[in-house]
Ligand binder design. Structure first.
Ligand code: CAA
Length: 257
């Protein structure tokens, strides 16, 4: 891996992926995205890992897709490369992913953070979809995920003006989960990941799947999907452990089986 760093033992049951093109503000070139996809696939298949953190560095989570790599491309070049199929794979990750964001999360960087399940931000974080300023528009889900998170009026303003919002505004818009001082953002994301990792990994993955489904299907279909996953969990040992532990007034010890 050239452009990401992967630490599978960042904390018990937690993997950390750090985007690592600091000089380019972690601009998401094709190779980086391919590495991210491959790392997430491997982590998703690793039974010991229950939650994932994706981060950048203090200055930038990611300043978007790599403009220099795209600048001279034609439509057919873009179609052949099909860069967004990589994003589709990332979106299929079953384990919960937390984006730990400091500094710029712009364009594809904002879209990557929104593809994650939760966002913990430092007080220096800035979010935006500035593609309009370079003659294009979001292409990795920005128009859809931002609108679902913020509603039409605010999403339209960000997408059509390309302006950035700070962490406080992002929190008040419901885009992110929490803001912490810059020296604590990774620690806070790790705390949240650890809390999730203490639950049954089967239940967390099925719950994540059901929440994500709510963005794609009508309510009735979503309710059926939820019910199916709820019933399925009664085949897991973790369900017995969780409910017995409650009855016996002790802490559950979830094994992921
Ligand atoms: N692609 C390629 N390189 C980038 C980049 C990007 N998205 N963002 C920053 N860089 C590079 C800069 O070119 C610069 O490299 P050099 O030193 O070689 O010149 C380096 O990173 C540092 O950047 P700046 O000197 O510009 O730093 P700054 O602090 O003055 O400004 C910034 C920071 C406001 C984030 C500015 O870099 C910027 O506007 N970046 C582009 C943001 C953008 O438009 N993102 C959307 C990309 S398109 C997209 O993402 C499509 C999609 O939907 C998938």
């Amino acid at each position: 891996m050239e452009f990401i760093l992967v630490k599978k033992d960042h904390a018990p049951h937690i993997a950390l992926i750090q985007l690592n093109r600091p000089k380019e503000l972690n601009a998401l070139n094709l190779q980086l995205m391919g590495e991210l996809r491959d790392a997430l696939k491997e982590i998703d298949e690793d039974d010991d890992i229950r939650a994932i953190i994706i981060t950048g560095n203090e200055r930038a989570f990611a300043a978007g897709a790599d403009i220099k790599q795209m600048a001279g491309k034609t439509t057919i070049d873009m179609w052949k490369v099909d860069q967004f199929s990589t994003w589709d794979q990332i979106n299929k990750t079953r384990k919960p992913i937390i984006a730990a964001v400091s500094g710029f999360a712009l364009g594809g960087g904002c879209e990557l953070a929104m593809t994650c399940d939760m966002i913990v931000a430092s007080e220096t974080a800035q979010f935006g979809q500035p593609e309009i300023k370079i003659g294009v528009m979001p292409g990795a889900g920005g128009t859809q995920r931002l609108t679902k998170a913020l509603g039409k009026a605010k999403a339209m303003e960000l997408v059509l003006t390309g302006k950035f919002i700070d962490a406080d505004t992002a929190l008040s818009y419901g885009l992110i989960n929490k803001i912490v001082p810059v020296e604590l953002y990774l620690e806070e994301a790790t705390k949240l990941a650890s809390e999730i990792a203490s639950m049954s990994p089967i239940a967390t993955q099925m719950a994540k799947e059901a929440v994500k489904r709510s963005f794609e299907v009508p309510l009735e279909e979503g309710l059926h999907f939820e019910r199916k996953n709820f019933y399925m969990l009664f085949s897991s040992e973790d369900q017995k452990e969780g409910m017995n532990a409650f009855v016996e007034k002790r802490k559950p010890d979830f094994k992921g089986s």
